[in-house]
Design a protein. Structure first.
Length: 343
């Protein structure tokens, strides 16, 4: 299990490096290939949903790393994005030069070179010292992986192009990789990588919840502190917001499901409540494992059952939607307190 966790962390940091490689490129508006997602791939929350070449390369690079480390996982590492963009299928090739050549079919030579170099950098600066050795082994033939390569793509695009509004942009971008048991759907490993934390310093947060063992750690991890902040979407039902305000709780918003879930896992908010079906399994799998490691959970808003991740593969991404909404919380006692306000 420790080796699988390290592989997922390594894959997330490679993804973070690719995302950072897009910053500071001249003529980025022309260089950063942006494509509108097609029906079945898009999030129905948005009138138009987009992906970039960075999203696709991050996902395919992360897949390649994990499957190379654990061949048993071939065919069981899934991500948000279709691997095709601009009519070209993206993948990590054998050498940096070959990957660069592929990327040059779609983006400028400068960006292709930077992204290929990041994708093939085999010496990422990762500290594994806080990962314990005494964690149980796991049968990798029972493991599945969900990847959200760049959560908050709109913020990523705006941040790279220098058009982000105050309080949003690159800081809200996360790379999310979670592992679950194919037999039960339970999340067991989660990694949240925040590539642009503190102006690009970046940070990695991880959690493990398996066979009664709950461990968590990472770089620049915040200590949980008491507060009464609940995160919600700007588009959330006003009646639900008012119930919580009357209790009283402080309602706050932030871009990106991954960013909000990260804030809950770090104790910067006690919960993230979303009554609508606008998040997906790749959004919640990684944060879910971290929250479980810290004594919390992610449950459906309507039935309050723990979210499961072993949905059979299909061609319509809407099948992977958390259609009954979600409630993410960082400890059970707090949940029992605020759920009264929702009744």
């Amino acid at each position: 299990m420790a080796n699988l966790l390290k592989s997922v962390i390594k894959a997330s940091e490679k993804g973070a490096s690719i995302a950072r490689s897009c910053v500071g490129v001249k003529d980025i508006e022309d260089a950063l290939l942006i494509a509108e997602k097609c029906e079945g791939e898009a999030n129905t929350r948005f009138d138009k949903d987009f992906k970039t070449i960075a999203d696709v390369l991050v996902q395919e690079t992360a897949k390649s790393i994990i499957v190379n480390d654990f061949p048993d996982l071939k065919g069981h590492v899934r991500g948000e994005e279709c691997a095709e963009i601009g009519g070209q299928k993206i993948k990590l090739l054998e050498t940096e030069a070959k990957t660069e050549e592929l990327l040059r079919l779609l983006v400028t030579s400068n960006l292709a070179s930077r992204m290929a170099k990041a994708a093939h950098n085999d010496n990422p600066n990762i500290d594994f010292s806080d990962i314990p050795d005494d964690i149980p082994e796991v049968d990798t033939t029972d493991i599945g992986i969900w990847i959200d390569p760049i959560d908050a793509t709109a913020e990523f695009i705006a941040g790279v192009q220098g058009t982000a509004k105050s309080g949003s942009g690159l800081e809200c971008v996360t790379v999310l990789i979670g592992a679950y048991l194919r037999s039960t759907g339970e999340p067991v490993i989660g990694v949240i990588n925040q590539p642009f934390y503190k102006n690009g310093m970046g940070r990695i947060l991880w959690g493990l919840s398996y066979k009664g063992i709950q461990k968590w750690g990472g770089t620049h991890v915040n200590a949980t502190s008491p507060n009464n902040i609940i995160l919600m979407s700007n588009a959330e039902n006003s009646e639900i917001k008012q119930k919580l305000i009357n209790f009283p709780y402080n309602i706050d918003t932030a871009p990106g499901a991954g960013y909000k879930l990260m804030k809950v896992s770090q104790g910067e908010a006690i919960a993230y409540i979303l009554s609508k079906g606008t998040t997906f399994l790749w959004d919640t799998c990684a944060p879910h494992a971290i929250l479980r490691a810290r004594g919390g959970d992610i449950i459906t808003y309507k039935s309050q059952e723990s979210v499961k991740y072993n949905i059979p593969e299909c061609n319509d991404n809407q099948q992977y939607c958390n259609s009954n909404g979600i409630i993410a919380y960082n400890d059970r006692v707090t949940f029992n307190e605020f759920k009264v306000a929702l009744e």
